[in-house]
Design a binder for this molecule. Structure first.
Ligand SMILES: NC(=O)C1=CN([C@@H]2O[C@H](COP(=O)(O)OP(=O)(O)OC[C@H]3O[C@@H](n4cnc5c(N)ncnc54)[C@H](OP(=O)(O)O)[C@@H]3O)[C@@H](O)[C@H]2O)C=CC1
Ligand SMILES: O=C[C@H](O)[C@@H](O)[C@@H](O)[C@H](O)C(=O)O
Length: 309
């Protein structure tokens, strides 16, 4: 089954459902990617330098036999690389075995010390993250615009950016409006106001951790179970299809072949079946006392999100 696509603000089309690769172990991810592309029909992979498995994602792409031109590949600039976007991108391209990305994102609007005590998560002597507090996000963004102009990526965007960060640190200085903002969005953290704001700016919302991330806790939700029963689907299908039906680009991770297939087929089936009333019901679940953010790393800086612990 072909996956529906959404048009980004520069005309590039992105498949609405993609395979996540965070915490996919290198020895598992090549098979997962091969299976997803070759046996199921996925055409969208969400990657990042920080995941430490881009080389193996690239191997999976090659093994699948699916032409590069048919696959939408996203990667992300890690926090210790904000001062050298093109070099970091080149490393990612070499790892993935491709000469362009479809989408490149700033992973977090935070610059960590590139000369600190760790290449990925440098910390200060007191254990807090070694954030370069005087770095300007606009200086990262202008480098993102430069690699876009060079043709090394087809679209650029951000991740984990609140309205406050976009309004104060990026949009006033941007020549190119970000194509997407990739955020923690799911049944228990729907961020309705932020999604509406992004839509008003022509920025597509991408949802990460749609099942609740590690050990998929949202699968136990009662409303998802009830709707799954009604439509003879699985709770995972409802959690994923709910987002797809709202035209939110949904990124779901699995390294288990049966789940990789079930999630793709189920998400698209549920998106087609859920009614306006079902969506309204799902939209209200978090506000009924279940609001919960599951990904909130201890940056030690104010990111401007509601419900950040
Ligand atoms: N920009 C950012 O900061 C972030 C981006 N992301 C992106 O979003 C992607 C998805 O989010 P992620 O946090 O991985 O979490 P998900 O919500 O996709 O959940 C992944 C977990 O659910 C399990 N799972 C998947 N399908 C099923 C199923 N049908 N039944 C039961 N369990 C299932 C997986 O196990 P198993 O693999 O063992 O099958 C894994 O443990 C990431 O992989 C990454 O690409 C994620 C977090 C932050
Ligand atoms: O994409 C995945 C996430 O952003 C992840 O890379 C971070 O949440 C990281 O674990 C952290 O502690 O900062």
């Amino acid at each position: 089954m072909a996956c529906p696509k959404i048009k980004l603000n520069n005309g590039v089309e992105i498949p609405v459902f993609g395979l996540g690769t965070w915490q996919s172990k290198p020895h598992e991810v090549a098979n997962a990617v091969e299976y997803a592309l070759k046996e199921v029909g996925y055409r969208h992979l969400d990657c990042a330098w920080a995941y430490g498995n881009e080389k193996e994602v690239g191997e999976g792409i090659v093994k699948s036999g699916v032409p590069r031109s048919e696959i939408f590949i996203t990667s992300k600039l890690w926090c210790t690389h904000h001062h050298r976007v093109e070099a970091a991108l080149d490393e990612t391209l070499a790892n993935l075995g491709t000469d362009y990305l479809d989408l490149y994102l700033i992973h977090w609007p935070i610059h960590l010390n590139p000369n600190g005590n760790d290449p990925k998560f440098p910390t200060r002597p007191d254990g807090t993250r070694d954030v370069l507090t005087d770095w300007k996000l606009k200086d990262t963004w202008s480098q993102m615009e430069a690699v876009l102009k060079k043709g090394k990526v087809k679209a650029i965007g951000v991740s984990n950016c609140s309205e406050k960060v976009l309004e104060e640190q990026l949009l006033p200085f941007a020549e190119v409006v970000p194509a997407v903002d990739q955020l923690e969005i799911h049944l228990y953290n729907p961020q309705h106001k932020l999604v509406e704001y992004l839509s008003s700016k022509g920025i597509v919302t991408q949802a990460y951790s749609p099942l609740g991330s590690t050990s998929s806790p949202l699968l136990a939700d009662e409303t998802a179970a009830e709707l799954a029963k009604k439509y003879e689907l699985q709770p995972a299908d409802i959690l994923l299809g709910y987002l797809v039906a709202k035209n939110i680009v949904t990124l779901s991770k699995s390294v288990t072949p049966a789940r990789i297939k079930a999630n793709y087929v189920g998400a698209l089936a549920a998106a087609a079946k859920l009614t306006k009333e079902d969506i309204a019901k799902l939209d209200g679940v978090a506000a009924s006392g279940k609001q919960k953010r599951l990904i909130s790393p201890p940056w030690g800086v104010e990111l401007g999100f509601d419900n950040w612990p």
